[in-house]
Design a protein around this ligand. Structure first.
Ligand SMILES: [Zn+2]
Length: 350
């Protein structure tokens, strides 16, 4: 049982929602409250643990768009303080969900599955959403992190799957009679094996789409036409998915962003010397909690974190989880989880 001191303007209903518990459960735990309408600022009330703590996010093979939507719905029901919205739609019209956790002034953003065959990053973020919400609802810490404190100081915005059409394609879930599938098939040289596909459904690499030396990236990249990977498109932000995440980012005041990918247990933290000094301090802490390697610069432009660093001069990271050939087998999930959980928490804390 945890205690809550009533603030000015709070109602029992607000408080129940804030902690993800049923109003009745709150009344049962506070039998001295005769009239729920008459709670006073400064009054201390008991917050019971939620009765149900079932596990919702189960890491499994071919965890895709529908699995994510179903789990988000269940998470919202179990933890009503989670807010789910949409940042826009994909080429094929799928809504791209965003999840908000916490109610603090400081804003932090994480995203996953920019690259279609890196969908395991969606499962990692979904599992984090669940565990973060569960810890908050039950008043527990995760490791040494005080989750109540993090919820009070920070609003965490997670886009678990930037590229839903691409993920569905990699997982063999796009109907073969659609025009989108037929185009993708042609781009894939007639092969129905889409495991090497990173792009969105029409062959544009969404992490090569941002206005940060995009022309340089065009001249460097091998692909000059739609391709399973490395084609930057015919203009920056030409794709609805990259546009959605750019507009979403511009409509917030993020203190830090991290984009989660899978290739090589590394954290990229610099961009053409534009990153703030504190990026180095932060990446040192991310390395400490994960064992990943920090990499300052690579021969690459037009990525999401490049653009964020360039336009905001704030800490932006690309976190490459796991080792091996994409899509990484789900059997690696818990091993990767044990390393990225610290990155997830530290990014909110710093
Ligand atoms: Zn990637």
């Amino acid at each position: 049982m945890i205690k809550h001191t009533v603030k000015k303007g709070e109602t029992l209903y607000n408080i129940a929602k804030k902690y993800g518990i049923n109003l009745n459960a709150l009344l049962v735990a506070n039998s001295s409250i005769r009239n729920p309408a008459l709670i006073q600022p400064g009054q201390v009330i008991n917050i019971p643990r939620p009765a149900v703590q079932r596990t919702i996010v189960i890491p499994r093979e071919s965890y895709g768009y529908d699995e994510m939507l179903n789990d988000l719905q269940s998470l919202e029901e179990l933890y009503p303080f989670i807010e789910v919205n949409s940042i826009g739609s994909t080429v094929m019209g799928r809504s791209i969900p965003v999840v908000k956790l916490g109610h603090g002034k400081k804003e932090v953003h994480y995203n996953g599955s920019f690259h279609a065959n890196e969908w395991i990053t969606t499962v990692l973020l979904m599992k984090f959403i669940e565990n973060y919400a569960k810890a908050y609802a039950s008043g527990k810490k995760i490791g040494s992190f005080n989750i109540q404190g993090l919820f009070d100081t920070t609003s965490l915005w997670i886009v678990p799957m930037v590229n839903p059409d691409g993920v569905q394609l990699v997982q063999g879930k796009i109907a073969t009679n659609t025009k989108a599938y037929q185009t993708a098939l042609m781009i894939n040289s007639g092969s129905r094996d889409f495991r090497g596909w990173k792009a969105n459904i029409r062959g544009v690499d969404l992490n090569d789409q941002f206005p940060a030396h995009w022309e340089t990236e065009v001249s460097r990249r091998a692909a000059s036409a739609p391709s399973p990977q490395n084609y930057p498109g015919n203009a920056p932000l030409s794709e609805p998915e990259s546009r959605a995440i750019a507009e979403f980012t511009q409509s917030h005041n993020f203190r830090l962003v991290s984009a989660f990918h899978t290739q090589g247990e590394e954290i990229y933290w610099g961009y053409r010397g534009l990153e703030p000094n504190e990026s180095q301090l932060i990446v040192t802490r991310l390395v400490e909690v994960s064992g990943y390697e920090a990499v300052r610069y690579v021969e690459s432009d037009a990525g999401y974190k490049d653009w964020f660093i360039q336009d905001w001069r704030r800490p932006g990271f690309t976190v490459e989880c796991g080792l091996g050939v994409n899509p990484l087998p789900i059997a690696q999930f818990w091993d990767i989880w044990s390393k990225v959980i610290g990155i997830f928490l530290m990014g909110i804390y710093v």
